[in-house]
Design a protein around this ligand. Structure first.
Ligand SMILES: [Zn+2]
Length: 381
């Protein structure tokens, strides 16, 4: 079993233009590398999405690495200094879509496994999806359901999202806020602006309702989290006339919430407000549609989190901040199975033109993951 170079593997992955939902052979590159390392690979295809669960070993504890091979679109390709899927190295830096988010981290974890001694007890596994950047309905969410149904046991999980802020290992994510989108649709009655008594203007209750929701203080924060926030994202009427009261108006908002709330408690609050405003809106109706992107979660500091802090200290000399900032990630699905922490590259260039990672960071992350694997089985096996 020869050691795998993380930079070469990251290049091979970047050269597969796997913009969600396309795979373009990216999952095959991962599978081939893992099979060479003795992993038993299970492909899980849901809809048009390729997913992979790979495991080496049959006993516990099972340490899982989770990640995604899909990438966001490149935008204006002419704005890139080199081809976004060329995987070019210039002055010691690897450029390409997915370099930071997160083909680089997948390559580093596979390289770390190839370089580390096989632990005498326990298992290593990979949960890799092709649908994280898209709607994420046929990705990790479904894989987690399938693994639960098969009785697969995962004890701890590292998600390789680019968690670092300024320098590798300066930040890990131990939780995420939840996210919910709500759309209010107000149906009134159309009429002439000069005769408002004959119409029911839907914009009036919509403005008042949104203003009331926006003024409501959700909380003052939660240990380790920012305060929850409600943001109105669009108000749509589409009325081209100056003398017509429109029949319909809608408004949408997003709430990023900490563990002081659940999507159910927030939905109940929104529904109560909807009912109150509908009762006061003679001649009209108000509808509410809620879409939940994910619940808030927190992996409480404990032995697993401490071990990750120690590995960052030993491998790159940094004491990582434990953060819950940022958007949602697939950790929101995996937390149903086991404690989950996000640890990966510096995220500054992700989703941007000229996305890149210093080759040195890939080597350092490989050492960091390798140190972590060693500590994990020493502590938990
Ligand atoms: Zn990502």
């Amino acid at each position: 079993m020869s050691a795998i170079d993380p930079v070469e593997l990251a290049q091979a992955l970047i050269r597969r233009p796997s913009v969600t939902p396309r795979d373009e052979g990216a999952m095959g590159v991962v599978q081939e590398a893992l099979e060479r390392l003795g992993f038993d690979c299970r492909r899980m295809r849901f809809g048009e999405i390729e997913n992979l669960y790979a495991r080496r070993g049959s006993s516990g504890p099972n340490l899982c690495f989770a990640g995604h091979t899909d990438v966001v679109p490149v935008g204006d390709e002419r704005a890139w200094s080199s081809g976004p899927f060329a995987g070019e190295i210039r002055d010691g830096t690897l450029y390409g879509r997915g370099a930071a988010d997160m083909k680089g981290a997948i390559a580093a974890f596979i390289a770390a496994v190839s370089q580390a001694p096989v632990p005498p007890k326990g298992s290593l596994s990979f949960l890799i999806t092709g649908d994280e950047e898209g709607v994420a309905t046929d990705g990790t969410c479904k894989v987690v359901e399938a693994l639960e149904a098969q009785g697969e046991k995962i004890d701890h999980c590292i998600v390789g999202e680019p968690s670092s802020s300024e320098a590798l290992g300066d930040m890990v994510k131990i939780g995420r806020r939840g996210s919910l989108n709500a759309t209010f649709t107000v149906e009134g009655r159309q009429g002439h602006v000069a005769y408002p008594q004959r119409a029911a203007n839907p914009i009036r209750p919509l403005i008042e309702l949104l203003a009331r929701l926006q003024a409501h203080r959700l909380d003052d924060g939660y240990p380790g989290f920012q305060p929850s926030n409600l943001e109105i994202t669009t108000v749509d009427v589409g009325n081209a006339a100056t003398n017509v009261i429109p029949a319909r108006a809608s408004g949408r908002l997003n709430i990023r919430f900490n563990p002081a709330h659940t999507s159910a408690s927030l939905t109940a609050w929104l529904e109560a407000e909807r009912l109150a405003f509908e009762a006061g809106f003679a001649g009209g109706r108000i509808g509410l549609d809620v879409q939940v992107s994910g619940e808030a979660f927190l992996t409480e500091p404990g032995p697993f989190v401490e071990l990750i802090q120690q590995a960052c200290g030993a491998a790159v000399g940094r004491d990582p901040e434990l953060s819950t900032s940022g958007g949602t990630s697939d950790a929101r699905f995996i937390r149903r199975l086991c404690p989950v922490v996000e640890l990966g590259l510096v995220g500054k260039s992700m989703h941007a033109v000229d996305e890149h990672v210093p080759a040195r960071d890939l080597q350092d992350l490989t050492r960091l993951y390798g140190d972590l694997i060693g500590r994990y089985f020493a502590r938990f096996a």
